[in-house]
Design a protein around this ligand. Structure first.
Ligand SMILES: Nc1ncnc2c1ncn2[C@@H]1O[C@H](COP(=O)(O)OP(=O)(O)OP(=O)(O)O)[C@@H](O)[C@H]1O
Ligand SMILES: [Mg+2]
Length: 256
């Protein structure tokens, strides 16, 4: 009934149950929805299931129950290649550039499902405009780039297929503060250029400062969700996930 109905969401994960092999469920009735032109971030402790959510969305892991829809169309049983052509592109946790290949070759791997040469050239121009470092280092070996620059090559590769939603797993992992800032700025540019983002981050405060909407994952479900700016001000959330209380307007006298 829900499939093929008009929706304001580009991606809907609804009541998802998923796990690995015979092990216990990791996701237990998880619902996450990504509207257009939005960065939705998913935060939670190590092992909470954040990467598992993205694996389900990109078809790497088939859910045991629940539904996945892209623009209202049911894609629950799609495998990875079909999810890609349905509009979901996944940038994995960790680094996934091929260091001994050029930046160009790495980016073009993202176009392997495209046939039309004009479209491929148009997309290459688009990602080079969006990520200047990719254009500047187009012929260089990817392994010669810094970690933050390599992450931008991965972003560029993921955008070659014009995805509806790009799934980003811990893009700031292993980066210094300056490179982290650049990567988060680029996530905002991706959104502003028309691609919605489902962002998983350990750096919860930084992710919520960047995102429009946030979801806190706990025990395989979304525990709290809302505007990212509201979540940043939630005292309980700050205590549990953000490493301290929210910033207070006026300082009080310190004690003990
Ligand atoms: N390939 C796998 N096979 C079996 N169990 C797995 C596999 N991948 C993840 N798990 C288990 O699923 C649970 C959730 O893992 P997941 O990687 O989704 O967590 P995460 O929130 O992304 O953690 P992190 O912040 O450390 O990246 C963990 O208990 C983990 O051990
Ligand atoms: Mg993870």
């Amino acid at each position: 009934m829900a499939s093929d109905t008009p929706t304001e969401y580009l991606l809907e994960l609804e009541d998802i149950e998923a796990g690995y092999g015979r092990a216990a469920l990791v996701l237990r009735g998880l619902t996450v929805k990504v509207p257009a032109a939005t960065i939705v971030c998913l935060v939670g402790p190590n092992g909470a299931g954040k990467s598992t959510v993205l694996k389900v969305a990109s078809g790497m892991l088939t859910p045991r129950a629940g539904a996945i829809r892209v623009c209202g169309r049911d894609v629950t049983s799609n495998g990875p290649q079909q999810m890609l052509t349905s509009g979901l592109s996944h940038v994995l946790q960790g680094h996934s550039v091929f260091k001994e290949m050029s930046v160009e070759e790495n980016v073009m791997l993202g176009a392997y499902t495209l046939k039309d040469k004009a479209e491929i050239a148009e997309r290459a121009g688009f990602v080079k405009d969006l990520f200047p470092v990719v254009a500047e280092r187009w012929s260089a070996l990817a392994g010669a780039l810094s970690g933050g620059q390599q992450k931008q090559v991965e972003f560029a590769r993921s955008l070659m297929v014009s995805p509806q939603v790009v799934l980003l797993d811990e893009p700031s992992m292993g980066l210094d503060p300056k490179a982290t800032q650049t990567v988060f700025d680029q996530v905002v540019r991706m959104r502003d250029a028309g691609t919605a983002v489902l962002l998983v981050e350990q750096n919860a405060r930084r992710a919520l400062e960047t995102a429009d909407l946030g979801c806190v994952l706990d025990l395989g479900r979304v525990h709290i969700s809302g505007a990212a700016s509201d979540l940043l001000q939630d005292p309980q959330l700050a205590e549990l996930y953000l490493g301290g209380r929210p910033a207070e307007p006026a300082a009080s006298t310190a004690s003990g």
